[in-house]
Design a protein around this ligand. Structure first.
Ligand SMILES: Nc1ncnc2c1ncn2[C@@H]1O[C@H](COP(=O)(O)OP(=O)(O)OP(=O)(O)O)[C@@H](O)[C@H]1O
Length: 341
């Protein structure tokens, strides 16, 4: 089921939350809506779901206008950050719920329900806890059950709003890989809201970057990372150093341009080379596999961060005798330029 969004507008009072949005979500894709808090991701998701009515514009499912279709008829499945499973029902019954409440005419037989729920519990790799109750599960297990429950009614579209937001970092990482694998198996068109760029890049086929109710850019994770359409996208997808002026240019660089270089795209040199920048080493910080170095520009125009694998840093430290106060040069391997705002 594809989703087509056209000229969608929504405001709450004077706050425009969806500002003329146009977006195509191809059938079977997993798309991440990525943006800072308040950028309108959840509102867009709720409009797709039918939980919120837009002021103007349309949402079509496979070409059919659903803007005024009731939420129950849209056949969407939901998973939220705090998905309240029914505490008094077993895990099995929680997953079966959506099937049991169907009108008699479309309700599957008891045997069919058992088969379906067992299949789903296997799919989320939790068939061994079917008889437990929600309070006996970890947060990560609960979210997997929430997903099984959403999939039970065979939704045409699956909507996930920060589904792993409440979990700790390690479980989050596991679950997002798990979600990716699960999606590769079931292929239901899915829209996933997150403010975590790493999560979006790792899980999604396509990433839609939102800012202040507008879509800044959409594309594959590689497209948005390697070819950001705006300084906002560039900044939001990771740390970046900013240089006003002629970095990487010879004399006569275009005025009014800003150069952006990511910390891992700077090379440390003992001697100046064309396009390099003289700096003094300040702090050195090693976290896990990477080392982060903070340099002060010798022209006093600010600081520059460099990041490199810990082992590479150790080699450089020994060969260049790097220590706080060392005077070295930085050369960008890759520069992204935008006109100054
Ligand atoms: N029902 C509402 N009434 C009034 N304002 C609302 C309502 N829902 C959302 N907003 C406002 O709309 C803006 C966008 O909210 P939305 O929840 O869509 O953003 P978001 O990108 O999902 O942010 P977050 O990650 O914090 O959930 C915010 O400024 C919010 O305060």
């Amino acid at each position: 089921m594809s989703i087509e969004i056209r000229q969608l507008r929504k405001a709450f009072g004077k706050t425009v939350v969806c500002d003329d949005l146009n977006l195509d979500i191809p059938s079977g894709e997993l798309v991440a809506l990525l943006g800072p808090s308040g950028s309108g991701k959840t509102t867009l998701l709720r409009i797709i779901a039918g939980l919120e009515v837009p002021d103007a514009g349309s949402v079509r499912f496979h070409g059919q206008d659903t803007t005024h279709t009731d939420v129950r008829e849209r056949q969407v499945g939901f998973v939220f950050q705090h998905y309240a499973l029914f505490g008094h029902m077993s895990i099995f019954e929680n997953v079966a719920f959506g099937l049991r409440v169907r009108p008699k005419a479309t309700r599957p037989s008891e045997a069919a329900i058992r088969k379906k729920v067992t299949e789903l519990l296997k799919l989320v790799q939790l068939d061994w806890i079917a008889d437990r109750y929600p309070h006996q599960l970890s947060g990560g297990q609960r979210q997997r059950i929430a997903l099984a429950r959403a999939l039970a009614v065979e939704p045409k579209v699956l909507l996930l709003d920060e589904p792993f937001g409440a979990l700790d970092a390690k479980v989050r990482k596991e679950l997002r890989r798990w979600l990716r694998r699960l999606h590769d198996e079931v292929h239901v068109t899915s829209v996933f809201v997150t403010h975590d760029q790493e999560e979006a890049m790792e899980v999604a086929d396509r990433v839609v970057v939102m800012n202040e109710g507008r879509i800044e850019q959409e594309g594959t994770p590689d497209q948005v990372y390697d070819h950001p359409a705006s300084p906002f996208v560039l900044n939001f997808l990771g740390d970046v150093n900013l240089f006003h002026g002629r970095l990487g240019h010879g004399p006569g660089a275009p005025a009014g341009e800003v150069s952006y270089v990511r910390p891992h795209e700077l090379q440390i040199l003992a001697q100046p080379e064309e396009g390099s920048l003289p700096v003094v080493l300040g702090q050195v910080l090693t976290v896990g596999p990477n080392t982060r170095l903070e340099f002060r520009r010798r022209d006093e125009a600010g600081y520059v961060d460099v990041e490199l694998p810990r082992s590479e840093y150790q080699v450089l430290r020994d060969s260049l005798g790097l220590a706080p106060g060392s005077e070295v040069h930085l050369r960008p391997r890759r520069i992204t330029r935008f006109a100054a705002a």
